[in-house]
Design a protein around this ligand. Sequence first.
Ligand code: HEM
Ligand code: HEM
Length: 225
Amino acid sequence: MMKRIGLDVLLFGLLIFLMCFKIFPRRYHEALGVVIALPILLHLVWNRLWFSSLRRGKWSAYRKLSAAVDILLIVSTLVALVSGAAIAHRIFKGIFGLAWQKSIFVHQLHITSSYWMLLFSGLHLGLHWKALWTRFVLWRGWDVSSRCYRLGARLAVAAVVVFGVVGSFLHQAGDRLFMEHVFFRTNTPARDLPPTAFLLLFIAMFGMYAVAGYWAGRKAPHTSE
Ligand code: HEM
Ligand code: HEM
């Protein structure tokens, strides 16, 4: 159980680091961009039962939603990894040849797919949050029925959503998700912020997507007709 949570935390940390391309030396981005493939692969291997169970059982609305998010997450991850390798020019040069490396479309695709990956991984965590948090709280022995806990949880969610919205504007997430001239507007307003704020706003955006996933997961029926 702790091994799994450890891997989830590592994946989250690497993803946020990669999203912060602009504030870390670029060669680390290429190196860790390749490294992240390993924990992703391990995460998929540890969850391999999900793949084999796809053809079994009943499909409740929750299961359909969760599977759709998982598939979109896998696709966006693959596109981010392959397009990243194609445009690499610091550590890994011209893996797919110069035409790919210089293609504006592939550069745009890389940026767009990474923002979709952030969105789908947030939704993905939100959809798993209840099970994960219940196990964690039991392990820590926290009293989740206390007023103090409930107030703290509400304040945390409100803060994540407010900063998530602010982050979406400052990182121009809409433009990036929909490939709107991203290549010509590489300097977003977030670039002028101190590096810590730049990074925290990505975490808040991820958190906001997770809140949306959690909310959608609670609304979707868990049983099928
Ligand atoms: C921020 C990064 C991520 C976090 C925090 C995360 C978290 C989780 C959690 C909590 C689970 C439930 C089982 C467990 O506790 O391990 C899970 C399952 C799963 N994850 Fe992830 N994950 C992340 C990234 C990814 C990525 C990038 C992929 C695909 C490329 C992926 C694919 C899957 C699949 C296929 C399952 C099993 C199906 C399911 O239960 O929905 N995850 N993940
Ligand atoms: C899933 C993993 C990855 C994520 C989430 C990711 C994310 C990002 C982000 C957010 C940017 C900056 C976008 C912007 O201008 O706002 C970027 C740029 C870049 N990434 Fe990645 N990346 C990943 C994997 C890789 C890999 C594997 C490589 C190469 C081996 C790579 C190479 C690059 C390069 C060269 C740029 C500069 C693009 C340009 O100047 O247009 N990335 N990446």
